[in-house]
Design a protein around this ligand. Structure first.
Ligand SMILES: [Zn+2]
Length: 117
């Protein structure tokens, strides 16, 4: 996975988790810096999320950073899924919720690309 791809996938996760967090009126949403690293590069972005959602997006981005595949397969079709089952269920819920809420074709396509939903 190259830098641009990681950045765009991380941005998609940010968009979906922020939409979920905001849409469900989670308490104590804070703006925080978030850094993702992969091999020799890193990028920092800002996320506005509650504690629980920031932990979930952190988990998702960590899986992304550690994905061993050059061409990342869709997570649902991966032969060696790296998500724990409970986290996968939670993440899938966020993706479905925000996919509907955002209703953006572009966002849906992006989620489809990452997760195969
Ligand atoms: Zn939240």
């Amino acid at each position: 996975m190259d830098k641009n791809k990681l950045q765009s996938e991380a941005a998609t996760l940010k968009l979906f988790f922020e939409s979920y967090c905001e849409g469900n009126s989670h308490a104590k949403r804070l703006v925080r810096d978030f850094t993702c690293r992969h091999r020799d590069f890193e990028c920092t972005m800002q996320v506005e999320l509650c504690d629980e959602c920031v932990a979930m997006v952190g988990y998702a981005i960590e899986r992304l950073e550690k994905c061993p595949y050059e061409e990342k397969p869709k997570c649902r079709k991966c032969k060696e899924p790296c998500y724990e089952k409970s986290m996968w269920k939670k993440t899938a819920k966020v993706m479905r919720y925000s996919g509907m809420r955002l209703g953006l074709l572009k966002a849906k396509r992006a989620a489809l690309k990452i997760f195969g939903m």
